[in-house]
Design a protein around this ligand. Structure first.
Ligand code: ACO
Length: 423
């Protein structure tokens, strides 16, 4: 069979493409469908690109490490949405626009303040995004491109405010306050003191940038799938937030830090990992669908951002508990690389990010909301891009494995009752 597939693909010259087609044909022949849509291209997009074999991620062509090193949150917002990095003037304009749009309508902040504290922040966030639709009565009109840009920026601007109002139980959270940058405002939501320390803002901004887009991941695919029914930006972004909350996607950062705490000491790491693997359980923060080598975002976090917090020359102070968790994480990395490198599994971005977020004083249940504050740039860009293409609604197929067609069998009494009713 494999030889026949190779014959079929003999005209495909690009070796990478050939390998992709080969995988798809063999999967179809073997399984009859594509579990998890693995390897299946579902859209054409010019926003970001991953080379999983070589550990490369680019936003609009720029490697993510360079963007994290030299750019601001506003730059990445502009780059992803409009396609290029802004001039200084454009960056300032965008920043002003975000700050002009950041405050929530009173009706929405009132509802958010009343929301139950037991509601997970991710579900609070998705519900609140839907509430924002009330101030956009034209939301069903999705093909007014200028309006779509404004809608996108409006959502980006309001996301941290939703979190600030809920977390602080303050309907007027940050109203009238001024900030130097949007990343500073995002950090202010979680730690007003650290938000005035430039080093912490720098660290936080890099985390947001690293999360900003990542091709057709589960939450971005949710945006595209919902958008393909021509549903509103609110419906599409809310569905993305819900997708991101899952432990196999963005929710892994919350689980990873809990795992470090559960392990307690670097000495316990080896036995913990061995037991997990023996029970065939997943180690949170490890593995990725696309990367067959170290994820470049994860590598940047490990080599560039973590030393800013935990390194010997760090200008940021962290306590002993944090240092212990950092040591545990490093030991897990070592054990995982030893035991699982054959499966090409490496720590992903969610493995390292929680250490920094915890050092900032953010509660683990809020970790995934910070992922969302970064990723909303990508989600909005994908929604806008989607509304510009010649859309075809996502409507895949299934292989039915249920019961064959059958009929309701009535007994004599039921049959006569039905017949009489019919008369
Ligand atoms: N721990 C242990 N083994 C793992 C892990 C893990 N975290 N991840 C994958 N594997 C193993 C699987 O058991 C499987 O082994 P097998 O071939 O012997 O059966 C092999 O690696 C391939 O795994 P799949 O499930 O086929 O990989 P898939 O691409 O479907 O899943 C995923 C990717 C969901 C990220 C997976 O690696 C995982 O569950 N990781 C833990 C959760 C996590 O960290 N999620 C965050 C992802 S990154 C992000 O969303 C930002």
């Amino acid at each position: 069979m494999k030889t026949r597939v190779d014959e079929l693909l003999s005209d495909v010259k690009d070796p990478e493409l050939k390998e992709k087609y080969r995988y798809l044909i063999l999967t179809l022949l073997e399984k009859g469908y594509f579990p998890g849509l693995e390897g299946v291209p579902v859209i054409k997009s010019g926003i970001s690109h991953i080379d999983g074999e070589n550990g490369l991620l680019t936003y609009r062509g720029y490697p993510v490490q360079e963007l994290a090193e030299y750019c601001t949150y506003e730059d990445i917002c502009y780059l992803l949405i409009y396609g290029d990095l802004p001039l200084l003037k454009e960056r300032v304009q965008l920043r002003n626009e975000l700050f002009t749009k950041k405050d929530l309508p009173a009706s929405v902040s009132k509802v958010i303040v009343e929301m139950d504290d037991n509601l997970h922040p991710m579900y609070m966030l998705s519900s609140s995004v839907l509430l924002l639709q009330a101030e956009d009565q034209e939301c069903a009109c999705v093909n007014d491109y200028m309006l779509n840009y404004r809608r996108g920026l409006n959502l980006i601007a309001k996301l941290p405010s939703i979190l600030g109002v809920f977390r602080n139980k303050d309907a007027d959270f940050a109203a009238g306050k001024e900030f130097d940058s949007f990343a500073q405002y995002c950090l202010y939501v979680f730690n007003p003191e650290l938000a005035f320390d430039k080093n912490w803002v720098n660290v936080f901004e890099k985390i947001l940038i690293l999360h900003a887009d990542h091709t057709m991941n589960n939450s971005t695919f949710s945006v595209r799938a919902v958008a393909s029914s021509l549903a509103s930006i609110y419906a599409s972004i809310a569905s993305a937030i819900n997708s991101l909350s899952g432990p196999l996607h963005g929710g892994a950062n919350e689980r990873a830090i809990k795992m470090f705490e559960e392990i307690g000491s670097p000495d316990n790491v080896e036995s913990y990992i061995e037991e997990k693997l023996a029970r065939k359980e997943r180690i949170m923060g490890i593995g990725h669908r696309i990367y067959k080598t170290y994820d470049p975002r994860s590598l940047y976090m490990k080599n560039k951002i973590l030393p800013m917090v935990f390194g010997e020359d760090s200008i940021i102070e962290v306590d002993e508990e944090m240092v212990n968790l950092y040591e545990i994480a490093r030991k897990i990395e070592q054990v995982v690389l030893e035991k699982l490198s054959g499966k090409k599994l490496y720590p992903n971005v969610d493995f390292w990010s929680g250490l920094i977020l915890k050092a900032i004083g953010i509660e683990p249940e809020y970790f995934t909301t910070i992922f969302a504050l970064g990723r909303i740039l990508g989600w909005v860009s994908h929604w806008i891009e989607h509304m510009k293409i010649r859309n075809k609604i996502f409507r895949p197929e299934q292989l039915y494995n249920g019961i064959g067609t059958r009929h309701i069998i009535l007994d004599a009494e039921e049959e006569s009752a039905t017949t009489n009713n019919g008369i």
